[in-house]
Every structure is written in C-alpha cells, then in structure tokens.
Design a protein around this ligand. Structure first.
Ligand SMILES: [Zn+2]
Ligand SMILES: [Zn+2]
Length: 378
C-alpha cells in the first residue's frame, strides 16, 4: 500500500527573518526545499505538496494571549510600545518588519500539515519552516515569535483529537510547548536536549519536570550532557520514546526535528552526525505507524549550519517519511555548487559523514537514560 505524504511549501515564510547576522536565516528552509526538489523527493510516489495560509487569530489565541499578539502586530509595524515586556528587543528576539505576519504563516504551515494528516489526506506531513518551540503564551523567546508546534497541537485538539504526543529532538529543551500543555493531560511532551544549567539555553528540562498537578507525568525530559554523541543519544531516544509514546496511545504524533544537535553546530555542544538523523527518522516513522495509526506531523526546528547541515538533515527525515529507501548518498552536483556558492565554502557532497569517537559524555548520557527510565517505570 503506498502512502500519501505531504510536503508543506510556504515560500512566504521567508519573511520570517530576524535580519542580517541573526543565526535563524530563512535560507535554512529555502535550501532544504531546494535539495528535496533537486533529488526529486517532491515528485516521489505518494508525495504531494501542500500550500498554507496564515493562521487566524482564533488559531493563535488557543496558545497566545491577545496582548502579546497585539504587541507583536504593533512592533512589526514600526511601533515599539510595550514590546520589551513581551520578550522583544536586541539579542535573540529582535523586532523585525511584519513579524506577526511571519509568525502567523509559519503557524499556518504547521496547521496545514496537521490538517492534512488529521483529515486522512496524508499519513505524514512535514513543515520544514516550523518548529519554533520556545515561544511562550505571552512572550517571544529563543528566536521564536509564535509557537507553531503548540498552535498545531491546539488545532488538533480543537478538531477532536483526544491525545497528542509531541517529541522534540532539537538540541534545546522544548520549553514553550511543554509550558503550553504543562497542565493538559491530553498532550504528552517529550524533549531530549543538551542540558547544562545555567549556561545552556533555556536552562529548563531537568528529569524532574513531569507536568502540572492536573496532568502528572505528561512531560518527560531527557537532559543529556554536552559532548553526547550518536550512540548514546540514539540509545536514550530508543529506550524511552517508543515505550512512553506507546503507553500514551496518541491519536497523532507531532515531532520537532531541530538539527542543532550536529557536532558542527555553532550554538550547541552535542556531537551528532547525520547517521543519528537517519536512525531517529526510522524510529519516529515506525513509532507513528505502531501507535498513532500512521498519523505523523513533523516540523523543522533549530539548526544553524544553514547550508552545510540543515538541508541534508531535513532531507534525510523527509526521505524516510516518504518511504524512499534507495536515497543516493551523493547529493546532486548542481545543488552542492549552489549551496557552496551561497555559503562561501564547500558544503558536503554526501549525506553520510565519518563517525566520531565516543567521549566520557556518552557514559554520562547513558546514566541520564537510566535515571529517566527509573523515574518512568521503576
Ligand atoms: Zn534549538
Ligand atoms: Zn509511513
């Protein structure tokens, strides 16, 4: 049986641009779509491209407060007002033109993926432009204006989904999504992330954060130390995520696929290679079929090697979603040439990478995995 798989294309999302020198460059997503097209994955059997429109106020207000949304509209149109009270200002969350419109289109693109999966038009759908998991109900945070994974999950719940599992593999804790659904037993949030408070952003995500009084156990955190590599990271993912998600019996699996876990990422210190993304994609794909009737909504996320890593990482995930098992290891020469020219240095020409040696951090990560298992299932 061939599956239907959706690829959300929202070229308007390129206006989500914090400006020159900011690490969250729109090219991360544009080069991903280019690579997917250069390989022909957008035309693979069963794959269809999906458009998107901006999320409505109703959609946004399921997660964000009206004063925050109004301040975002105002600041993005030249007014400063109370913007600093909502997380905006120099640094991570600079005010940029049309930032409300930009955030709303990113949310709309994640809703488009969720809608297609929820209506059964596709089994899996991917919005590479999404994954802005740090935005809080009333505050921008960590490059994130509106929290599109949370808005898409809230849309699913409003449409009748009873249980949604959210798995976040970005190197940073999925704090915004966890906060939005902290006290909601209908949503299980699981985040595996680098953890070294108070130095590493956002500083939350310890194993003891387990959900609010109305939803005990609805949050799971796997905080691994800086230096963790492929084997220990995959061991943690494989030992905890499938079992926890299966126990929860979700209607839909939503994943945030940040790839700032890569060993060359400038903003973080994990040591993954693309081999880990290939394996994580297999695990999440299998999990969606095993426990969620195949319903899998995926977003992008962090990842700051915008030409060298991000497009390859997300193309590997999308190839797995699309059921393409014979993906050539060598990237199309024309794409490599274009990406290298834009980046100003040669980008890798293959998906695969040399593996790295293991460090002491891997043993420490294994201890974290054991501690989480102990909390969950002792
Ligand atoms: Zn991140
Ligand atoms: Zn599938």
């Amino acid at each position: 049986m061939s599956e239907h798989v959706g690829l959300v294309l929202a070229p308007e999302a390129r206006i989500y641009d914090h400006g020159h020198g900011h690490p969250l460059r729109p090219e991360r997503v544009l080069l991903t779509w280019d690579l997917i097209a250069a390989i022909g994955l957008d035309r693979a059997a069963g794959v269809e491209t999906l458009g998107a429109s901006a999320a409505s106020m109703t959609d946004l207000e399921r997660v964000h407060t009206r004063p925050f949304i109004e301040a975002t509209v105002f600041a993005g149109h030249g007014g400063f007002g109370e913007a600093s009270a909502f997380g905006y200002g120099p640094g991570d969350n600079p005010i940029f033109p049309d930032m409300h419109e930009a955030g709303a289109i990113v949310c709309g693109a994640s809703i488009a993926a969720a809608r297609s999966v929820w209506l059964g038009e596709t089994e899996h759908a991917f919005n590479a432009a999404g994954g802005l998991h740090h935005a809080m109900p009333a505050r921008a945070s960590g490059f994130c204006v509106y929290n599109d994974p949370a808005v898409a999950i809230a849309w699913l719940l409003a449409e009748g989904a009873e249980r949604v599992a959210y798995v976040d593999v970005d190197v940073h804790h999925g704090d915004g999504v966890q906060a939005v659904f902290w006290d909601d037993p209908r949503v299980l949030t699981i985040s595996i992330h680098e953890y070294e408070p108070p130095f590493f952003f956002p500083g939350t995500g310890s194993i003891n954060e387990r959900g609010g009084p109305g939803a005990p156990g609805s949050a799971i955190n796997i905080p691994v130390p800086p230096g963790t590599g492929d084997a220990a990271w995959l061991e943690a993912l494989g030992a905890i995520v499938p079992r926890a998600v299966a126990d929860f019996c979700p209607d839909v699996l939503v994943t945030q696929l940040g790839c700032d876990t890569h060993h060359t990422d400038p903003l973080a210190q994990l040591r993954l290679t693309t081999a880990a993304y290939r394996e994580a994609a297999r695990l999440l794909h299998r999990l969606a079929h095993d426990v969620a009737g195949g319903r899998w909504v995926a977003t992008g996320g962090g990842g700051y090697r915008w030409a060298h890593v991000v497009p390859r990482a997300w193309t590997l995930y999308f190839a797995e979603m699309a059921g393409v098992t014979d993906l050539a290891d060598r990237l199309p020469a024309a794409w490599v040439e274009d990406a290298s020219a834009r980046a100003g240095s040669p980008v890798p020409a293959t998906f695969s990478e040399p593996s790295l040696e293991m460090l002491d951090a891997d043993a420490a990560a294994t201890d974290v995995t054991a501690a989480v298992i102990d909390i969950l299932w002792r």
